[in-house]
Design a binder for this molecule. Structure first.
Ligand code: GUN
Length: 293
């Protein structure tokens, strides 16, 4: 069993990004700029946005966090997005999810200029990803691909089983792994809450992507000997034992699954750190107009 070390890989890639950001500053006189909109006070979202802002600063990007209380209307939010779309000093624009119930995330996602959609959630980017055209790839799936690239894991011909069909992870991950790319060229099964026999499906997997959002959901009896296991779960529980007051649990029961796996990501220290890398790389590519002119 080998650990896929998100800390090691993310630190290495962050250095490359910082060098490229410095070059960008030299040639253009400005820094890549990410704007993140945060609505309300969801505990997880507060942590993630703070981490995104901190990481931007660490690699020499400008970052702006725009905050609203959760009584903002959908119209007000979309008007602000339209204004930011026009602002040429902004390269990447994201709206942290989830949003309050009275705001439709689809309307918000479609309001963002797809050329600034560094989350890769806009239907234009989603469609272009499916066609293997230049696009912004959602940060978590992108980070997972970069992790597999770093460890030179050849996924060609593997049976990949994705558990969870969210717009943010499971659904785009299934598209990416099925593409004729490396990593990719997998035979993909996308499973979800209505899947009949989940254990039977997961047991067939050479590569498991666990993205259901349930603590320790994937157990050793569900995983084939030698499988690669990618744990996307970030399940927060209050704890008196940690400095932050929270402890993170993955979707994978590490203790029973690790001994059966060939490679496995830990939580924390795995996919979460790579998600940030995906976002930083997209923001840099947006600033350099590498995806769209
Ligand atoms: N909520 C959970 N993950 C994400 C993400 O990658 N981007 C945004 N905007 N919201 C999220």
């Amino acid at each position: 069993m080998q650990l896929l070390d998100g800390k090691l890989v993310s630190e290495k890639i962050k250095k490359d990004i910082a060098n490229e950001a410095a070059d960008f500053l030299m040639t253009t006189g400005r820094k890549p700029h990410l704007v993140a909109i945060l609505v309300g006070h969801d505990g997880g979202s507060e942590t993630y946005v703070a981490s995104k802002m901190r990481n931007c600063q660490q690699v020499g990007f400008d970052s702006t966090n725009i905050r609203y209380e959760d009584d903002i209307t959908e119209e007000q939010l979309i008007n602000k997005i339209r204004e930011l779309n026009q602002d040429e000093t902004i390269d990447g624009l994201i709206v942290q999810l989830p949003l309050p119930k009275h705001i439709d995330p689809e309307n918000v996602t479609e309001a963002i200029d797809y050329k600034k959609d560094v989350d890769g959630f806009h239907p234009v980017n989603l469609g272009r990803m499916q066609r293997n055209l230049p696009c912004f790839i959602p940060a978590t799936p992108y980070g997972i691909l970069l992790m597999m690239e770093h460890y030179k894991i050849n996924t060609s011909g593997m049976h990949a089983v994705v558990v969870g069909r969210s717009n943010i992870v499971g659904s785009p991950m299934s598209i990416l792994l099925a593409r004729n790319t490396q990593p990719g060229n997998c035979t993909v099964t996308l499973t979800h809450s209505k899947t009949k026999d989940l254990q039977e499906e997961v047991l067939r997997a050479d590569l498991v992507i666990a993205a259901i959002g349930k603590k320790n959901f994937i157990t050793g009896d569900m995983v084939k000997e030698g499988a690669i296991v990618i744990d996307v779960g970030i399940n927060r529980e209050v704890s008196t034992k940690t400095k932050s007051g929270y402890k993170l649990y993955g979707d994978v029961d590490f203790q029973s699954v690790a001994p059966k796996s060939s490679y496995i990501t830990p939580v924390p220290g795995g996919v979460g750190l790579m998600t940030i890398i995906g976002l930083l790389k997209n923001t840099l590519a947006a600033a350099k107009k590498e995806v769209y002119s």
